[in-house]
Ligand binder design. Sequence first.
Ligand SMILES: [Zn+2]
Length: 468
Amino acid sequence: MWSAIPLAFVLALGGTSLVAAPAANAAGGGMISVTFDDGWTSQYNNALPILNKYGVPATMYIISGSVNAVPDYMTQAQIQAFASRGDQIAAHTVTHADLTTLTAAQVNTELSQSKATLQGMFGASAAVDFASPYGAYNATTTAAVKSLYSSQRNTDGGYNAAAGFDPYNILVQNVDSTTTPAIVQGWITEAKASGTWLVLVYHEVGANIGADIYHTDTAVLDAHMAAVKNSGLPMVTIRQGVEAMTSTTTGPPAAATSAINALAAATPRLGAPSGNITCGLVSGGCYRLYQGGAINWSPATGAHYSLGAIRQTWAATNYERGRLGYPTTDEVGGLVNGGVYQLYQGGAINWSPASGAHYSLGAIRQTWAATNFERGRLGYPTTDEIGGLINGGVYQLYQGGAINWSPASGAHYSLGAIRQAWATTGYERGRLGYPVTDEFASGNGVAQDYQGGRISWAATGGAVVSYR
Ligand SMILES: [Zn+2]
């Protein structure tokens, strides 16, 4: 059972929670995690759009042996769609075996192989935390989990209080087909009143799925997530929740305090502090809010400020939990046309008066770099990445054109007369499909190859489309 004693533990995650106002969290009013078990395809089809709609982060406990292998379970690409939002990918064994029925060697195989598989697919931040199939555990299996994972979520009912918190038996509220929105609202009210951490456990999502009770209708999930969002509580992944629960007994590291204070003194734009230094962020990070923005610190990146339009763009990528990670520089000015950039662990955000602030990441950033960034023909980005194109494609617009990416074709720029010719064929939706090269010298001009043909350009004759 949950404790009825209000607990004044400090929620360390408030500064970068997706929804809740940072300053409101420091009082210790509870938090919420939404978790999904097993990796069902119905979670991709039916839950992901709702999570996006309300900006709710999720923790996905994946059966590693089912990925790309078993019908009705998500593919790696579908799980990546969650990971790309900053959702946590966590482990749930290889075969969904009841660990308490296995030999020690079999338990080790279930735990270690699922960790290796998920980290191979999703990187080192995956499979840090674990959930026991069927909620089945004992002292022996828990000891094995402790040797490989940083937490264990079972299905014991309750609310997690800071006092006596056990990261190897995270308490939950189990959601099934009988769980009405009013029940979820009641759980939220309890978590708020007691200042505890509410962890919701979902299985399949969608109408008429499964003969058992372990599913939630899509419209009901929508109502649940609306209640979660409207609670005003910080919405956290399991990792963030565990870090918040376990970081409350120690103050910020001395290195964080001195670096943040020194940077604040040198940065008048920040204004006065509007909160204390708060830690427990991913990768051991801390932050402090100011009237004009924030300073973020982590052991790997040091202290860097976050301000204005560039901060807004960072926020839209889910702060340090998103693809950009922590800032690794302050703002750097002096670019062409009055531009400014700030580097992050995963890329950069560029701003100029004419183009606004937009991030630059991954393969698309590499292609932009190859064109000499804002100094080249593309100029500054004028949008962030825009997904939803056919065959999993993404594009980003620039002052001079665009960069298109798809899993099959990679990232390639699209510029000038050749871009105009591609546009007349319907872009990636036409017979040419996606570009598979950048421009290259050809004959008396240049050419660019596409999945379905080539566009050649010369000063005499202009652009010519040829299909394969
Ligand atoms: Zn399960």
